[in-house]
Design a protein around this ligand. Structure first.
Ligand SMILES: Nc1nc2c(ncn2[C@@H]2O[C@H](COP(=O)(O)OP(=O)(O)O)[C@@H](O)[C@H]2O)c(=O)[nH]1
Ligand SMILES: [Mg+2]
Length: 341
Protein backbone atom coordinates (compact mmCIF):
# COMPACT_ATOMS: atom_id res chain seq x y z
CA UNK A 1 0.00 0.00 0.00
CA UNK A 2 1.11 3.57 -0.69
CA UNK A 3 2.23 5.80 2.15
CA UNK A 4 -0.97 7.86 1.86
CA UNK A 5 -3.18 4.76 1.92
CA UNK A 6 -1.39 3.36 4.96
CA UNK A 7 -1.77 6.62 6.83
CA UNK A 8 -5.48 6.90 6.03
CA UNK A 9 -6.19 3.41 7.31
CA UNK A 10 -4.13 4.20 10.42
CA UNK A 11 -6.46 7.14 11.10
CA UNK A 12 -4.20 10.04 10.15
CA UNK A 13 -6.48 13.05 9.75
CA UNK A 14 -4.15 15.04 7.51
CA UNK A 15 -3.75 12.08 5.18
CA UNK A 16 -7.52 11.72 5.02
CA UNK A 17 -7.90 15.42 4.25
CA UNK A 18 -5.42 15.18 1.42
CA UNK A 19 -7.05 12.07 0.01
CA UNK A 20 -10.46 13.74 0.13
CA UNK A 21 -9.12 16.63 -1.95
CA UNK A 22 -7.43 14.29 -4.42
CA UNK A 23 -10.59 12.26 -4.82
CA UNK A 24 -12.84 15.31 -5.17
CA UNK A 25 -10.56 16.86 -7.80
CA UNK A 26 -9.86 13.46 -9.38
CA UNK A 27 -6.13 14.09 -9.24
CA UNK A 28 -3.82 11.59 -10.95
CA UNK A 29 -3.58 8.44 -8.88
CA UNK A 30 -6.88 8.92 -7.06
CA UNK A 31 -8.29 5.69 -8.47
CA UNK A 32 -5.27 3.68 -7.32
CA UNK A 33 -5.79 5.10 -3.85
CA UNK A 34 -9.48 4.12 -3.86
CA UNK A 35 -8.55 0.61 -4.98
CA UNK A 36 -6.01 0.30 -2.17
CA UNK A 37 -8.31 1.41 0.59
CA UNK A 38 -11.39 -0.48 -0.58
CA UNK A 39 -10.61 -3.61 1.51
CA UNK A 40 -10.55 -1.34 4.58
CA UNK A 41 -14.06 0.00 3.91
CA UNK A 42 -17.52 -1.29 4.75
CA UNK A 43 -17.67 -0.48 8.44
CA UNK A 44 -19.13 3.02 8.32
CA UNK A 45 -22.86 3.63 8.51
CA UNK A 46 -23.72 6.21 5.85
CA UNK A 47 -26.64 8.60 6.42
CA UNK A 48 -27.90 10.87 3.64
CA UNK A 49 -29.69 14.01 4.81
CA UNK A 50 -32.03 15.70 2.37
CA UNK A 51 -34.93 18.15 2.47
CA UNK A 52 -35.74 21.65 1.29
CA UNK A 53 -33.28 24.49 1.92
CA UNK A 54 -34.09 26.00 5.30
CA UNK A 55 -35.76 22.89 6.70
CA UNK A 56 -32.92 22.59 9.20
CA UNK A 57 -30.64 19.93 7.71
CA UNK A 58 -27.42 21.57 8.87
CA UNK A 59 -28.71 22.33 12.34
CA UNK A 60 -29.93 18.76 12.64
CA UNK A 61 -26.62 17.40 11.32
CA UNK A 62 -24.81 19.42 13.96
CA UNK A 63 -27.01 17.78 16.62
CA UNK A 64 -26.49 14.33 15.14
CA UNK A 65 -22.73 14.86 15.31
CA UNK A 66 -23.08 15.85 18.95
CA UNK A 67 -25.15 12.78 19.76
CA UNK A 68 -22.89 10.36 17.92
CA UNK A 69 -19.81 11.88 19.56
CA UNK A 70 -21.38 11.50 22.99
CA UNK A 71 -21.71 7.81 22.17
CA UNK A 72 -18.02 7.70 21.29
CA UNK A 73 -18.57 7.32 17.58
CA UNK A 74 -16.18 8.86 15.07
CA UNK A 75 -18.11 11.00 12.59
CA UNK A 76 -17.47 12.18 9.04
CA UNK A 77 -19.62 14.81 7.34
CA UNK A 78 -19.78 15.70 3.68
CA UNK A 79 -21.74 18.85 2.85
CA UNK A 80 -22.70 19.37 -0.73
CA UNK A 81 -21.95 23.02 -1.42
CA UNK A 82 -24.32 24.70 -3.77
CA UNK A 83 -22.28 26.75 -6.20
CA UNK A 84 -25.32 28.35 -7.73
CA UNK A 85 -25.78 32.04 -6.89
CA UNK A 86 -29.38 31.32 -5.92
CA UNK A 87 -28.46 29.04 -3.05
CA UNK A 88 -25.01 30.47 -2.36
CA UNK A 89 -26.04 31.77 1.03
CA UNK A 90 -26.37 28.26 2.39
CA UNK A 91 -22.63 27.58 2.11
CA UNK A 92 -21.66 29.86 4.92
CA UNK A 93 -24.65 28.70 6.94
CA UNK A 94 -23.62 25.05 6.83
CA UNK A 95 -20.11 25.79 8.04
CA UNK A 96 -21.24 28.09 10.81
CA UNK A 97 -23.77 25.60 12.12
CA UNK A 98 -21.08 22.96 12.57
CA UNK A 99 -18.00 24.97 13.51
CA UNK A 100 -18.13 23.99 17.16
CA UNK A 101 -17.07 20.47 16.09
CA UNK A 102 -14.17 21.69 13.97
CA UNK A 103 -11.60 21.24 16.75
CA UNK A 104 -12.84 17.76 17.69
CA UNK A 105 -10.40 15.16 16.31
CA UNK A 106 -13.28 12.67 16.15
CA UNK A 107 -15.15 14.79 13.61
CA UNK A 108 -14.19 15.32 10.01
CA UNK A 109 -16.21 17.86 7.99
CA UNK A 110 -15.65 18.50 4.31
CA UNK A 111 -17.59 20.30 1.58
CA UNK A 112 -17.96 19.16 -2.01
CA UNK A 113 -18.77 21.70 -4.71
CA UNK A 114 -21.60 20.96 -7.09
CA UNK A 115 -19.97 23.12 -9.74
CA UNK A 116 -18.14 21.32 -12.49
CA UNK A 117 -19.24 17.88 -11.53
CA UNK A 118 -22.03 17.60 -14.07
CA UNK A 119 -23.91 14.74 -12.57
CA UNK A 120 -20.76 13.08 -11.27
CA UNK A 121 -21.44 14.43 -7.83
CA UNK A 122 -22.97 11.25 -6.53
CA UNK A 123 -19.88 9.35 -7.56
CA UNK A 124 -17.62 11.94 -6.00
CA UNK A 125 -19.62 11.80 -2.79
CA UNK A 126 -19.51 8.02 -2.74
CA UNK A 127 -15.74 7.99 -3.28
CA UNK A 128 -15.25 10.51 -0.48
CA UNK A 129 -17.45 8.45 1.81
CA UNK A 130 -15.12 5.52 1.15
CA UNK A 131 -12.11 7.57 2.23
CA UNK A 132 -13.85 8.51 5.47
CA UNK A 133 -14.87 4.90 5.96
CA UNK A 134 -11.29 3.64 5.55
CA UNK A 135 -10.11 6.46 7.82
CA UNK A 136 -12.22 4.89 10.56
CA UNK A 137 -15.43 6.90 10.75
CA UNK A 138 -18.24 4.93 12.35
CA UNK A 139 -20.85 7.21 10.83
CA UNK A 140 -20.67 9.34 7.71
CA UNK A 141 -23.35 11.98 7.14
CA UNK A 142 -23.90 13.40 3.67
CA UNK A 143 -25.92 16.63 3.69
CA UNK A 144 -27.36 17.65 0.35
CA UNK A 145 -28.54 21.04 -0.88
CA UNK A 146 -32.20 20.31 -1.36
CA UNK A 147 -34.58 17.73 -2.74
CA UNK A 148 -33.91 17.83 -6.49
CA UNK A 149 -33.15 14.78 -8.61
CA UNK A 150 -29.41 15.17 -8.06
CA UNK A 151 -29.95 15.20 -4.34
CA UNK A 152 -31.95 12.01 -4.48
CA UNK A 153 -29.12 10.46 -6.43
CA UNK A 154 -26.62 11.44 -3.75
CA UNK A 155 -28.71 10.00 -0.97
CA UNK A 156 -28.83 6.79 -2.96
CA UNK A 157 -25.16 6.40 -2.10
CA UNK A 158 -26.20 6.30 1.57
CA UNK A 159 -27.41 3.34 3.62
CA UNK A 160 -30.16 5.38 5.23
CA UNK A 161 -31.86 8.44 3.84
CA UNK A 162 -33.15 10.97 6.32
CA UNK A 163 -35.70 13.42 4.92
CA UNK A 164 -36.06 16.64 6.92
CA UNK A 165 -39.29 18.60 6.73
CA UNK A 166 -40.49 21.76 8.41
CA UNK A 167 -44.11 22.72 9.04
CA UNK A 168 -45.79 25.32 6.91
CA UNK A 169 -43.49 25.00 3.91
CA UNK A 170 -45.65 22.66 1.88
CA UNK A 171 -42.87 20.09 2.15
CA UNK A 172 -45.33 17.18 2.31
CA UNK A 173 -46.82 18.01 -1.06
CA UNK A 174 -43.43 18.58 -2.62
CA UNK A 175 -42.21 15.31 -1.20
CA UNK A 176 -44.90 13.39 -3.03
CA UNK A 177 -44.11 15.16 -6.28
CA UNK A 178 -40.39 14.58 -6.01
CA UNK A 179 -40.79 10.89 -5.22
CA UNK A 180 -39.25 11.39 -1.80
CA UNK A 181 -41.58 8.95 -0.12
CA UNK A 182 -40.05 6.02 -1.93
CA UNK A 183 -36.50 6.98 -0.97
CA UNK A 184 -37.01 8.10 2.62
CA UNK A 185 -35.99 5.66 5.33
CA UNK A 186 -36.53 8.02 8.24
CA UNK A 187 -38.39 11.33 8.42
CA UNK A 188 -37.67 14.24 10.71
CA UNK A 189 -40.37 16.82 11.21
CA UNK A 190 -38.15 19.63 12.39
CA UNK A 191 -39.10 23.02 13.87
CA UNK A 192 -41.69 21.32 16.02
CA UNK A 193 -41.63 24.49 18.11
CA UNK A 194 -43.59 26.13 15.31
CA UNK A 195 -47.28 26.00 14.49
CA UNK A 196 -48.39 23.26 12.18
CA UNK A 197 -45.91 20.60 13.24
CA UNK A 198 -48.66 18.24 14.36
CA UNK A 199 -50.56 18.56 11.14
CA UNK A 200 -47.36 17.92 9.18
CA UNK A 201 -46.86 14.80 11.31
CA UNK A 202 -50.40 13.62 10.57
CA UNK A 203 -50.11 14.28 6.82
CA UNK A 204 -46.87 12.39 6.73
CA UNK A 205 -48.25 9.46 8.70
CA UNK A 206 -51.17 9.22 6.33
CA UNK A 207 -48.92 9.37 3.30
CA UNK A 208 -46.70 6.65 4.69
CA UNK A 209 -49.68 4.45 5.52
CA UNK A 210 -51.12 4.91 2.05
CA UNK A 211 -47.77 4.33 0.42
CA UNK A 212 -47.29 1.14 2.41
CA UNK A 213 -50.68 -0.22 1.42
CA UNK A 214 -50.12 0.63 -2.21
CA UNK A 215 -46.84 -1.23 -2.21
CA UNK A 216 -48.42 -4.24 -0.61
CA UNK A 217 -51.42 -4.15 -2.94
CA UNK A 218 -49.20 -4.01 -5.99
CA UNK A 219 -47.21 -6.94 -4.64
CA UNK A 220 -43.93 -5.05 -4.55
CA UNK A 221 -43.14 -6.35 -1.09
CA UNK A 222 -44.08 -9.51 0.71
CA UNK A 223 -44.86 -7.80 3.91
CA UNK A 224 -46.63 -7.53 7.14
CA UNK A 225 -48.16 -4.12 7.15
CA UNK A 226 -47.76 -1.98 10.19
CA UNK A 227 -50.97 -0.04 10.38
CA UNK A 228 -51.82 3.11 12.22
CA UNK A 229 -48.95 5.32 11.22
CA UNK A 230 -45.32 4.72 11.81
CA UNK A 231 -44.38 6.70 14.85
CA UNK A 232 -41.14 5.68 16.43
CA UNK A 233 -42.80 4.28 19.54
CA UNK A 234 -45.11 2.25 17.32
CA UNK A 235 -42.18 0.39 15.84
CA UNK A 236 -39.91 -1.25 18.40
CA UNK A 237 -36.57 -2.64 17.26
CA UNK A 238 -37.78 -6.21 17.21
CA UNK A 239 -40.73 -5.41 15.01
CA UNK A 240 -38.63 -3.56 12.48
CA UNK A 241 -36.09 -6.32 12.17
CA UNK A 242 -38.49 -9.24 11.97
CA UNK A 243 -40.83 -7.57 9.53
CA UNK A 244 -39.47 -7.73 6.03
CA UNK A 245 -40.89 -4.38 5.11
CA UNK A 246 -39.42 -1.19 6.47
CA UNK A 247 -41.93 1.49 7.39
CA UNK A 248 -40.20 4.87 7.73
CA UNK A 249 -40.55 6.25 11.26
CA UNK A 250 -41.05 9.95 11.92
CA UNK A 251 -39.06 11.82 14.54
CA UNK A 252 -40.40 15.11 15.76
CA UNK A 253 -37.48 17.47 16.41
CA UNK A 254 -36.46 20.93 17.45
CA UNK A 255 -32.93 20.94 16.10
CA UNK A 256 -32.07 24.33 17.58
CA UNK A 257 -32.78 22.98 21.07
CA UNK A 258 -31.56 19.43 20.50
CA UNK A 259 -35.00 17.94 21.08
CA UNK A 260 -35.95 14.65 19.47
CA UNK A 261 -32.36 13.90 18.47
CA UNK A 262 -32.05 10.78 20.63
CA UNK A 263 -35.18 9.36 18.96
CA UNK A 264 -33.82 10.26 15.56
CA UNK A 265 -30.52 8.49 16.17
CA UNK A 266 -32.42 5.51 17.50
CA UNK A 267 -34.59 5.39 14.36
CA UNK A 268 -31.48 5.51 12.16
CA UNK A 269 -29.83 2.75 14.16
CA UNK A 270 -32.93 0.65 13.80
CA UNK A 271 -32.86 1.13 10.08
CA UNK A 272 -29.23 -0.02 10.08
CA UNK A 273 -30.25 -3.16 11.97
CA UNK A 274 -32.98 -3.74 9.42
CA UNK A 275 -30.47 -3.41 6.56
CA UNK A 276 -28.07 -5.82 8.23
CA UNK A 277 -30.60 -8.24 9.60
CA UNK A 278 -33.25 -8.85 6.97
CA UNK A 279 -33.29 -10.40 3.54
CA UNK A 280 -34.91 -7.27 2.12
CA UNK A 281 -32.27 -5.07 3.69
CA UNK A 282 -29.44 -7.14 2.33
CA UNK A 283 -31.11 -7.21 -1.09
CA UNK A 284 -31.18 -3.44 -1.03
CA UNK A 285 -27.49 -3.19 -0.29
CA UNK A 286 -26.83 -5.58 -3.14
CA UNK A 287 -28.96 -3.48 -5.48
CA UNK A 288 -27.02 -0.34 -4.59
CA UNK A 289 -23.74 -2.04 -5.44
CA UNK A 290 -25.18 -3.30 -8.71
CA UNK A 291 -26.23 0.25 -9.55
CA UNK A 292 -22.82 1.61 -8.69
CA UNK A 293 -21.02 -0.91 -10.84
CA UNK A 294 -23.27 -0.27 -13.83
CA UNK A 295 -22.88 3.47 -13.42
CA UNK A 296 -19.13 3.10 -13.19
CA UNK A 297 -19.06 0.88 -16.28
CA UNK A 298 -21.19 3.36 -18.22
CA UNK A 299 -18.90 6.21 -17.29
CA UNK A 300 -15.75 4.26 -18.13
CA UNK A 301 -17.13 3.08 -21.46
CA UNK A 302 -18.22 6.54 -22.53
CA UNK A 303 -14.84 7.99 -21.55
CA UNK A 304 -13.00 5.27 -23.46
CA UNK A 305 -15.22 5.66 -26.51
CA UNK A 306 -14.96 9.45 -26.53
CA UNK A 307 -11.21 9.20 -26.21
CA UNK A 308 -10.81 6.53 -28.91
CA UNK A 309 -13.19 8.05 -31.45
CA UNK A 310 -12.34 11.70 -30.93
CA UNK A 311 -13.45 13.84 -33.85
CA UNK A 312 -15.25 10.92 -35.49
CA UNK A 313 -18.13 11.62 -33.15
CA UNK A 314 -18.29 15.25 -34.26
CA UNK A 315 -18.20 14.18 -37.90
CA UNK A 316 -21.08 11.82 -37.25
CA UNK A 317 -23.04 14.70 -35.71
CA UNK A 318 -22.45 16.76 -38.87
CA UNK A 319 -23.53 13.85 -41.04
CA UNK A 320 -26.74 13.42 -39.10
CA UNK A 321 -27.38 17.15 -39.38
CA UNK A 322 -26.88 16.97 -43.16
CA UNK A 323 -29.18 13.94 -43.15
CA UNK A 324 -26.59 11.85 -44.99
CA UNK A 325 -27.04 9.31 -42.22
CA UNK A 326 -29.63 8.64 -39.51
CA UNK A 327 -28.62 8.83 -35.82
CA UNK A 328 -29.28 5.11 -35.27
CA UNK A 329 -26.93 3.92 -37.99
CA UNK A 330 -24.40 6.56 -36.96
CA UNK A 331 -24.39 5.17 -33.41
CA UNK A 332 -23.97 1.62 -34.69
CA UNK A 333 -21.06 2.69 -36.90
CA UNK A 334 -19.37 4.51 -34.04
CA UNK A 335 -19.75 1.45 -31.86
CA UNK A 336 -18.30 -0.80 -34.55
CA UNK A 337 -15.37 1.60 -35.02
CA UNK A 338 -14.78 1.66 -31.24
CA UNK A 339 -14.81 -2.13 -30.99
CA UNK A 340 -12.16 -2.40 -33.68
CA UNK A 341 -9.72 -0.28 -31.71
N1 LIG B 1 -37.59 27.57 15.12
C1 LIG B 1 -36.70 26.70 14.69
N2 LIG B 1 -35.76 27.08 13.81
C2 LIG B 1 -34.87 26.16 13.38
C3 LIG B 1 -34.91 24.82 13.83
N3 LIG B 1 -33.91 24.15 13.21
C4 LIG B 1 -33.28 25.02 12.41
N4 LIG B 1 -33.84 26.24 12.51
C5 LIG B 1 -33.43 27.47 11.81
O1 LIG B 1 -33.76 27.36 10.43
C6 LIG B 1 -32.79 28.03 9.62
C7 LIG B 1 -32.26 27.07 8.54
O2 LIG B 1 -31.53 26.03 9.16
P1 LIG B 1 -30.42 25.18 8.38
O3 LIG B 1 -29.95 24.14 9.33
O4 LIG B 1 -29.39 26.04 7.76
O5 LIG B 1 -31.30 24.52 7.20
P2 LIG B 1 -30.80 23.74 5.89
O6 LIG B 1 -30.80 24.74 4.77
O7 LIG B 1 -31.83 22.68 5.66
O8 LIG B 1 -29.45 23.18 6.15
C8 LIG B 1 -31.73 28.51 10.58
O9 LIG B 1 -31.95 29.85 10.84
C9 LIG B 1 -31.93 27.67 11.81
O10 LIG B 1 -31.51 28.31 12.99
C10 LIG B 1 -35.91 24.45 14.78
O11 LIG B 1 -36.02 23.29 15.21
N5 LIG B 1 -36.78 25.43 15.18
MG1 LIG C 1 -27.65 23.25 5.06
Amino acid sequence: MSDLGTRIVAGDQRAAARAMRNVDDRMPGYLDLLKEIFPSTGRAFVVGVTGNPGAGKSTLTDRLIERYRAGGRKVGVICVDPSSPYTGGAILGDRIRMTRHATDAGVFIRSVATRGHLGGLSRSARDMVRVLDAYGCDVVIVETVGVGQDELEITRTAHSTLVVMAPGMGDEVQAIKAGILETADVFAVNKADRDGADSTMRDLELMIALGTETMVASGKHRAHVVHGGAKIDALPVAAASTHEQWVPPIAKCVATKGEGIAELVEALDRHKSWLDGTQAGRARRHLRLAEELRESLRETLIEAATHALGSEIDRAVDDVEQKTIDPYTATEQLLTAFRRR
